[in-house]
Write a protein that binds this ligand. Structure first.
Ligand code: SAM
Length: 233
């Protein structure tokens, strides 16, 4: 997978993309990142990426030209291969596990990170294939949301995680939350690990896990148990 990121803060990505599983995914050749400093796509000597809003009002708006120039350059690099352009936006569709799965199957993703009051509306209208939000709150920029999407997407690419079973039995896979986990020691500060997990009986362990998973989902996220058509994604 190729991931292109359009940003005015390219350094923000250094730490996140160069640690842990995302770092290993690059080493294994599963994903390649291309980070574009939006200021490199401006044509004026001040490398201006924002301007005042038409009609007045607070804040600045990201200008369309540098974003169009940058995305068009990316698309010309990947030639006629299809790329999905995602605009990070608090007004977009909510990011979910199923959306992460859908994106993880694509070969080329382009993320546009906004700032200030957001991007000029023509970027949404003409460039963005999808607008995605990570939740109902407003952040200062699209970089952290882009990193959230990238982390959730990359771990779903086959071969990225060491044990593919970790994906099969985790929260939101199907319509359940995962069961609780315990590790050593078996007794910690007077709290015992449930006996069944120490029994060595795999059928009983599986049954306990299924039951706990159903109980948790009912308690914490009963909405997941509703039929899909009634659920907001
Ligand atoms: C301060 S926000 C702009 C908010 C905009 N004025 C509004 O009220 O909808 C600046 C940028 O941060 C990013 N952003 C902020 N919150 C986000 C969220 N919840 N999900 C995705 N992106 C977000 C977007 O790229 C956005 O263009």
């Amino acid at each position: 997978m190729n991931i292109d990121i359009v940003t005015i803060f390219p350094k923000m990505f250094d730490a996140v993309l160069n640690e842990s599983i995302i770092k290993r995914a690059q080493a294994k050749g599963k994903v390649k990142f291309h980070i574009h400093d939006l200021r490199d796509y401006t044509l004026d000597k001040h490398r201006k990426v924002d301007d005042r809003p038409f009609g007045g009002g607070a804040g600045m708006v990201m200008r369309p030209e540098p974003i169009f120039n940058c995305v068009e350059r990316i698309k010309s690099r990947i030639k006629n291969k299809k790329a999905k352009t995602i605009l990070l936006c608090p007004q977009g569709k909510k990011f979910t596990h199923s959306r992460a799965k859908k994106f993880s199957k694509l070969k080329n993703l382009i993320f546009i990170c906004g700032h200030y009051e957001g991007v000029d509306e023509r970027v949404r209208r003409r460039l963005a294939d999808e607008e995605v939000s990570i939740g109902d709150y407003v952040l200062t920029g699209g970089e952290l949301p882009a990193m959230v999407l990238i982390d959730a997407i990359i771990r779903l690419i086959p071969g990225v995680l060491g044990d593919k079973n970790s994906l099969n039995f985790e929260s939101f896979e199907g319509n359940l939350l995962e069961h609780p986990h315990y590790t050593r020691p078996a007794n910690f500060r007077k709290m015992d690990v449930p006996g069944v997990l120490l029994s060595g009986d795999h059928n009983k362990i599986e049954a306990w896990r299924r039951e706990e998973s159903a109980k948790r989902t009912k308690e914490r996220r009963p909405d997941l148990l509703q039929p899909k058509f009634g659920r907001k994604e």
